[in-house]
Design a protein around this ligand. Structure first.
Ligand SMILES: [Zn+2]
Length: 138
């Protein structure tokens, strides 16, 4: 089935992220002055307001910070309910809002805050691959 949800448009401040996503790499913006990464991409560091930014290839690993089971949604997402939305603490710093795959929304008691997770990407079209996260199997 083709991807039937909103597809982001890569722009000046996000193109490196989407270029990495196409080849399965998580690229994160990092501030050259304070050395902190941030998510989402923007033209100034949210921590120190420097505009001296670079992109790094991140590990693609993180831990689950928080989650919620979604029972309502619109558009293409309505065909996936219930699904689990989640905040991921990135290993390199900052936090990403995402959809957590590889878990059972009907058994949220099996989803643990702090569980290790890894990013993966699903193609939405030829240009844009969407990031999702799933638990790291032991
Ligand atoms: Zn900074």
């Amino acid at each position: 089935m083709s991807y039937d949800k909103p597809i982001p448009t890569p722009g000046l401040h996000t193109a490196p992220f989407w270029d990495g996503a196409k080849v399965g790499k998580l690229m994160l913006p990092r501030c050259i002055d304070c050395n902190r990464v941030h998510w989402y991409p923007r033209h100034l560091c949210p921590w120190c307001h420097s505009n001296r930014l670079e992109w790094i290839e991140a590990s693609g690993e993180g831990t689950l910070y928080s989650f919620a089971v979604q029972y309502t949604a619109f558009g293409g997402w309505s065909r996936e309910i219930p699904f689990v939305s989640a905040y991921i603490d990135l290993k390199e710093g900052d936090r990403m809002l995402t959809v957590l795959r590889g878990v059972d929304p009907a058994a949220p008691e099996q989803i643990r805050v702090g569980m290790p997770v890894r990013i993966f990407f699903e193609p939405a079209d030829d240009n844009v691959h969407i990031p999702f996260w799933r638990p790291i199997e032991d």
